[in-house]
Design a protein around this ligand. Structure first.
Ligand code: SAM
Length: 345
């Protein structure tokens, strides 16, 4: 039996263990949904502690609660309210069981977190301004790997615009990722893990890679190690541009070209015959074109992004072509010499 069977009783009756619940409702981890349930109670506690030891007064949202081990730990810490969002309806009776034991503490949403508007989980009147400390809201999630990354990208975009749930303030979230992805999230310049993901997440957020979770802490154990990461939006982002504008530059400069001089990747931002524009982006930004892409720090990327914006103000067609294929440039917005056509409204 794990410690969940021995929770301090009154007023709560003891809860069955997660394994008993799973057996009771005959919920099996489905491989194609990559459902790896966090089972080790010490790890569950450590995961929730990534945010803080106490959750008093907090409104919490848990995404993908599954059979509810993290859910129960959150409730145990006496948060103000918990909303769980679960896609797989087979878990709903299990979650309802937990909710019945703690009346008025928990709301169950049957839905897809990629579609759900999390702001519904938080009372608007407690929202804080972006300049303040974070509001008393937070999000936890041990999601399938194929969901956590698209979710992160969606949230980074919202953070860059301070929209959606991030209109309510700098809400922190604790998520699991494949350890290899977690390493890329925090990678500083000059490390082998430095990648597009590193810059896009670091320019907007404080990324705190808290700990590695061994496969054996899950049922069934995943093939790879897992990283628990706490992410808090920064008060002042390092690059004052929306996510898609930064992504355009970062993607071209670093993707597939990380070991090569950054000039190589940057040249794919422009028509092949416009070497003059490649020279210009380096002249305006002051970045050294021979620096290898993975050695560039976030401020180098900031300067490249601002320089690209300057050039694109003069030639707005540039932003309409996002390709690594040199032949695509002359298809619509540019002629074969790389001069813009005047067909932009
Ligand atoms: N959090 C539980 C734990 O740690 O034991 C379950 C983890 S399991 C890796 C992922 C959970 O996320 C499953 O319960 C799965 O049904 C749910 N899930 C998967 N995709 C989802 C989505 N798009 N929206 C909400 N829940 C999702």
């Amino acid at each position: 039996a794990d410690s969940y069977g021995k929770e301090k009783a009154p007023p709560l009756p003891p809860l069955p263990t997660v394994s008993q619940l799973v057996k009771l409702y005959q919920v099996r981890a489905t491989k194609h949904l990559s459902q790896n349930f966090l089972y080790d109670p010490a790890i569950v506690r450590r995961f929730v502690s990534c945010l803080s030891n106490k959750l008093n007064g907090m409104h919490v949202c848990e995404v993908g609660p599954g059979p509810g081990s993290i859910t129960r730990e959150i409730l145990h810490r006496e948060g103000e309210h918990l909303t769980v969002v679960e896609k797989d309806k087979r878990f709903l009776p299990l979650l309802q069981y937990i909710s019945d034991v703690m009346p008025n503490k928990m709301t169950i949403v049957h839905g897809d977190i990629l579609q759900y508007d999390i702001s519904q989980a938080f009372p608007n009147e407690l929202a804080k301004s972006w300049k303040d400390d974070p509001p008393p809201f937070c999000v936890f999630g041990n999601l399938p790997f194929n969901i956590s990354l698209p979710l992160l990208f969606k949230w980074l975009d919202l953070i860059s615009r301070q929209e959606g749930v991030f209109e309510l303030g700098r809400i922190p979230f604790v998520l699991t990722f494949q350890a290899e992805v977690a390493e890329r999230l925090v990678a500083p310049p000059g490390t082998p893990q430095r990648s597009r993901l590193s810059i896009l997440s670091q320019y907007l957020c404080d990324i705190d890679y808290r700990f590695v979770i061994k496969g054996r802490s899950f049922i069934p154990p995943p093939k790879v190690e897992v990283g628990a990461v706490k992410i808090t939006p920064l008060k002042k982002r390092e690059i004052d541009l929306p996510f898609h504008s930064v992504d355009m530059v970062v993607k071209h400069v670093i993707s597939g070209q990380r070991q090569r001089p950054c000039k190589k990747g940057a040249s794919t931002l422009f028509p092949p015959r416009r070497k003059d524009l490649v020279e210009e982006i380096f002249q305006i930004s002051g970045v050294t074109p021979s620096t290898r892409a993975y050695m560039l720090d976030n401020l180098h990327f900031r300067d490249l992004c601002y320089a690209y914006e300057d050039i694109a103000k003069r030639i707005p067609q540039l932003k309409l072509v996002d390709t690594f294929d040199p032949n695509m440039w002359s298809k619509t917005y540019f002629d074969k010499d790389g001069n813009p056509r005047n067909n932009i409204n």
